[in-house]
Each structure stands twice: as C-alpha cells, then as structure tokens.
Design a protein around this ligand. Structure first.
Ligand code: RB5
Length: 142
C-alpha cells in the first residue's frame, strides 16, 4: 500500500489531524512529520521534510497543510521531482492526479474543514495517473 507523508504548520494542524484519523481508520500507512500543536512554526520546514521523504523513496504521496495551502505548495514545488497542487474542491483533486501526476496535495486549514480535507485526501490517494499524453507534458516542465 502507498505510504503517505504528512506535514503541516499551525494553520493546517487541525486538518492534518483529521486526515491522520481517516488514514488510521482505513489502515493506510503514513508518516507524520509534524507540526504537533497550534504553536506558530515555519511552514517551509515541514514542506521540506515531506518532499525529502518522497524524493528518497520512503513515501509515494504527501499531504501538506497550512493556512491556505499556498505557501506549502510554493515551498514544495521548489524541490526537484515534486509536483504539489493546492486545491479546495473535488474536481481538481481528481484532475491533478489524472493529468499532472501530482505527488503532493496542499490544503488550507483556514479555507476548508476537516471533513472536506478528508474527502479531498480520499480522492487524491485513490486516483491513478492517466499517463499517455500527460507524461510528455509533465516532462516538458521537469
Ligand atoms: C501562517 O500564518 C500562514 O502564513 C501559513 O499557514 C500559510 O497560509 C502560508 O501560505
């Protein structure tokens, strides 16, 4: 089964915890790289931990949560081999796996609640990459 790397700052802490509960209940393996509380921290630190877990082959997919998901996506996309997508709705969660082969989902704890975060996680981790013409397109920016 696919290993999921999780990370958040204080702004995304609560939705990360909701996602953890979902993954535990489903028996889906994950590694939680923190943060561990609502105390203010710097999101790039956690983006790096999750990206490194993916690039060294320890995890296949990652989920990064901050206040908006935007800072996490900016930080994560600086890492070679990382394709991080920030989104807030179901259509994009499926499309970014099928078309972009996104390997990190970025979510905003000040935008969506835990229930929505779990729904988007469920779609993201269960949707395959379509390959084909999309492989060439991804290669054009990597
Ligand atoms: C922290 O206040 C906030 O800037 C962070 O969670 C995130 O939204 C950045 O993009």
């Amino acid at each position: 089964m696919v290993m999921i790397a999780l990370g958040s700052d204080h702004g995304g802490f609560e939705i990360k915890e909701a996602i953890k509960t979902y993954l535990s209940d489903k028996g889906i393996p994950f590694i939680d790289f923190g943060t561990d509380s609502l105390e203010s921290v710097d999101y790039p630190v956690y983006a790096r931990k999750v990206c490194d877990s993916i690039t060294r082959g320890e995890s296949e997919l990652g989920i990064l949560c901050c206040g908006t998901g935007i800072g996490m996506s900016m930080a994560a996309n600086k890492h070679k081999g990382i394709r991080a997508a920030v989104l807030n709705e179901e259509f994009s969660a499926e499309a970014t796996r099928r078309h972009n082969n996104a390997n990190i989902l970025c979510l905003g704890g000040r935008i969506i609640d835990g229930k929505k975060a779990v729904k988007l996680t469920e779609i993201f981790i269960n949707t395959p990459f379509d390959g084909g013409r999309h492989t060439k397109r991804i290669g054009m920016f990597e």
